[in-house]
Design a protein around this ligand. Sequence first.
Ligand code: FMN
Length: 208
Amino acid sequence: MTRILHIVCSPRANSQSRLVADALIEAYAGLHAGAKVDVLDLWDLQLPEMREDVLNAKYAVLAKREHTPAQAIAWETVQRETARLFEYDVFVISTPMWNWGLPYRLKHYIDVITQPGLTFKWTPERGYEGLVLGRRAVVAYASSFDYGDGSPLARFDHQKGYLEDWLRMIGIDDIRTIAFGPTHPDAPAMPAARAQAMKQAEALARTL
Ligand SMILES: Cc1cc2nc3c(=O)[nH]c(=O)nc-3n(C[C@H](O)[C@H](O)[C@H](O)COP(=O)(O)O)c2cc1C
């Protein structure tokens, strides 16, 4: 049984990135009875603030120092979040583009779960090595405009490269992508872009 975690990064009820991701998950569930799908809405999640205790807990791990009691408590909150990842085989991330990058809630989540000894390790000999191995990711992006290859806006897309490098950093190399843009209702190209994204979602579901 494949366990899927849908990480929702848009707070909108009318989210277009979520629409595409939901189509993919629905198609997948139609093909695989008994697939387990959970939704992690980052806007409902209590994430620890990245303040001193969390940061010093991280630096302590890197320096192989014992945690102070306050750092140990902070590190537990981080461990709880990273442990969740290992319960799933596939991560579906649906995310809007915000100001050419990721929504801050997703960046906050990334900062919380990217931790030495938990999701990655680093050695002088081998550099970064991911620890979230044997998993796949599908990312459904949505933006008001089209940032695809060949678009004059392509160079302003600061989300795909970052998110995909980060996924590889924690060990996830199998990354599939669907980009829906333009999502703007007045854009003449919107209906075709949406149809294309939905078609891609259904095709991708057959290959997962
Ligand atoms: C704070 C904010 C910043 C945005 N920045 C961009 C942007 O840089 N480029 C773009 O094409 N669209 C931008 N948009 C539009 C969204 O990417 C677009 O509405 C997309 O459909 C949102 O995804 P969602 O429907 O899943 O929420 C922005 C929207 C918001 C609310």
